[in-house]
Design a protein around this ligand. Structure first.
Ligand code: EPZ
Length: 446
């Protein structure tokens, strides 16, 4: 597995985008980051080898692979296929330096506790979009019979008393947290008896994890609803599983097509996973055609109008597409109100979009977007993964050249985004910060 620490070159690379190029053709959507990460953690539950297919090649995948290796899982990854042999887990302690770089690494807590009866996982800590506490994860593991203490920044969890396994329980989540639902569900697969998770998260990634666990022999009902029932089994077996397509990557490309008034098609996708996004697009006048069960197409739209968006847990509007959608709304006719309800600090892209000539005012977690006729290219800084994607999308529609910095964020969640955009005809180039870019000639279309 390649080194997860981005090299000095990578850290200083930027994306140059020459805007106002129509896009056309087809783009292939990769496996979902937010599913692959938790499925990899879930492989700890199996006392053999699991094979995952359609795994995206991303920095975060590399990082969680290193954490699993440090725990004793044999990890081999090539061309989207990942073999995870967890037959000999040697460690219950996840290394601090690796965990501190990746929030999702906290997903190993539930599987380690269920498999070994003990887990020591550093607190993931906050990130640029918010504090990101794990109190709901901890409460859930305690309800399943774990004794949990947090000391020196590490969550120490172990089976209470002389129990041999966790014990099923009824757990009500104060908030339908994706991560807490996933951690508790994984832990409950090997617990004694029945667990019921009420007010569970319903995200497609939760359903994908449940399907993966069931393929290993787990007994899970109700994933995708707000009530999940798990009947624990003594052990899980090897399996092969293919990661679900990335609905957030697909949504990002829909928005790239819409903002450049282009017609592009995308596959594989699961249209139902994008229903809120497609509904909002059609509300503003952008049509999306469902051409096949796994294929959609955005149609060219000259003018679109403003709308109001509020981020909510699935099936509500996804917080991960809030920033990219806002880029589109900067060019809408009329005003829009965007309310970020999930994360307390996920509007940092506003200042950068305003640098490109947008007219956005912030009031707490609400952004008032006044549509402008055009954006102009500028040097901008991505502050987190989806904010960086929003700046790339804005750059595709702006006059002149936009230079996006902060690619260490973008590379965490988008598999080869500039090559995919170039394949659609975008003028986009990754370069070293110091290099003077020359606009590429007409790009090859796919
Ligand atoms: C997952 O994060 C995704 N990450 C996020 O995607 C996504 O934004 C989020 O779900 C919501 O859809 C992965 O799957 C790796 P949550 P997660 O627990 O599980 C609060 C991206 O861009 N909360 O549903 O961390 C929390 O602070 C990333 O790909 C608690 O209060 O999200 C937040 O306000 C960013 N206590 C809210 O719940 C807890 O114990 C939603 O968090 C847990 C969460």
């Amino acid at each position: 597995m390649s080194n997860s620490h981005s090299s000095p070159e990578e850290r200083h690379s930027v994306l140059h985008i020459w805007g106002r190029q129509p896009l056309s053709g087809h783009v292939t959507i990769s496996g979902a980051k937010n599913s692959a990460l938790v499925l990899m953690a879930g492989s700890i539950l199996c006392s053999g080898t699991c094979r995952l297919r359609n795994v995206p090649s991303l920095l975060d995948i590399t990082r969680i692979g290193e954490i699993l290796s440090a725990l004793g899982v044999k990890v081999s990854h090539s061309q989207g296929i990942l073999d995870l042999d967890a037959s000999e887990i040697t460690q219950s302690k996840a290394p601090y330096d690796l965990v501190s770089q990746l929030r999702a690494s906290f997903f190993v807590a539930g599987p380690l506790l269920a498999r070994l009866g003990v887990a020591q996982v550093p607190l993931p800590g906050g990130c640029s979009i918010g504090d990101r506490p794990v109190d709901l994860h901890v409460k859930g593991l305690q309800a399943l019979g774990a004794e949990v203490i947090i000391e020196h920044g590490v969550v120490h969890a172990r089976l209470r008393g002389n129990r041999k396994r966790l014990t099923g329980a009824r757990i009500y989540l104060d908030f339908p947290s994706v991560g807490a639902t996933e951690n508790i569900m994984m832990a409950a697969t090997l617990a004694e008896g029945e667990t019921i998770i009420e007010n569970a998260a319903q995200e497609p990634e939760v359903v994908d994890l449940a399907n993966f666990c069931r393929a290993m022999g787990a007994q899970i009902r109700g994933a995708g609803t707000n009530r999940i029932v798990i009947n624990g089994v003594p052990q899980l077996h090897e399996t092969e599983y293919s990661v679900v397509p990335d609905r957030i990557e697909a949504g990002t490309f829909l928005l790239a097509g819409a903002i450049t008034r282009s017609e592009i098609s995308l596959s594989p996708v699961v249209p139902d996973h994008l229903s809120a996004t497609i509904a909002k697009l059609s509300e503003i006048g952008v049509k999306v055609a469902i051409d096949a069960p796994d294929r959609i197409r955005v149609l060219p739209t000259e003018q679109f109008r403003g709308t109001d968006i509020e981020t909510l847990p699935f099936p509500g509007f996804p917080t991960d597409l809030q920033a990219p959608f806002m880029s589109l709304l900067t060019l809408a006719e009329g005003d829009s109100m965007v309310t970020e309800k999930l994360f307390e600090n996920r509007l940092q892209h506003v200042a950068e979009l305003n640098r490109m000539g947008a007219d956005i005012r912030l009031k707490g977690n609400i952004a008032i977007v006044r549509g402008v006729p055009q954006l102009s290219g500028a040097p901008v800084q991505g502050t987190d993964l989806r904010a960086s994607a929003a700046l790339v999308i804005a750059g595709l529609a702006a006059n002149g050249m936009t230079t996006v910095r902060g690619l260490n964020h973008l590379d965490r969640g988008y598999d080869n985004i500039e090559a995919k955009l170039r394949g659609l005809g975008a003028k986009i180039q990754r370069a070293q910060e110091a290099e003077i870019p020359a606009a590429p000639a007409e790009s090859k279309r796919s």
